[in-house]
Design a protein around this ligand. Structure first.
Ligand SMILES: Cc1cc2nc3c(=O)[nH]c(=O)nc-3n(C[C@H](O)[C@H](O)[C@H](O)COP(=O)(O)O)c2cc1C
Length: 104
């Protein structure tokens, strides 16, 4: 589980003065880095977001000012593939990168 401490002592509030959501974005960036490091080692990662945050919070008894960011599953894939599972199962096809990245 990844939680975000919404009242961190480190940093003296610098960086979240005008945009407090930066705290959560920083957590997501850390997840991204962890994800890349795992994949480099052949470890698969799954992010589970269809869950009830309140139930998870109660189960783990986390401090009140920690917000739930992610439940991550790590493991060695039984069926490694270069094609994401969501694409293989027909949920959504891959888009050309030019649909999302613009050079103007
Ligand atoms: C923010 C985020 C939330 C996700 N939530 C779920 C989820 O609730 N259930 C699920 O099956 N996959 C979810 N996924 C997708 C998987 O985590 C991920 O794509 C997959 O496990 C990795 O396998 P793949 O490389 O075959 O796609 C989510 C991905 C992201 C980035």
């Amino acid at each position: 589980m990844v939680f975000c401490d919404e009242q961190p002592k480190a940093g003296h509030g610098l960086g979240i003065v005008s945009m407090p959501e930066m705290l959560r974005y920083s957590c997501v960036l850390a997840i991204h880095t962890l994800w890349l490091a795992a994949r480099l080692r052949g470890i698969g990662v799954g992010w589970v977001s269809i869950l009830e945050p309140g139930v998870i919070r109660a189960l783990l008894d986390v401090p009140a000012d920690w917000s739930l960011i992610a439940l991550l599953c790590f493991g060695y894939p039984q069926d490694p593939s270069q094609t994401p599972e969501l694409e293989r199962r027909g949920w959504q096809a891959r888009e050309p990168v030019t649909n999302r990245v613009f050079d103007r």
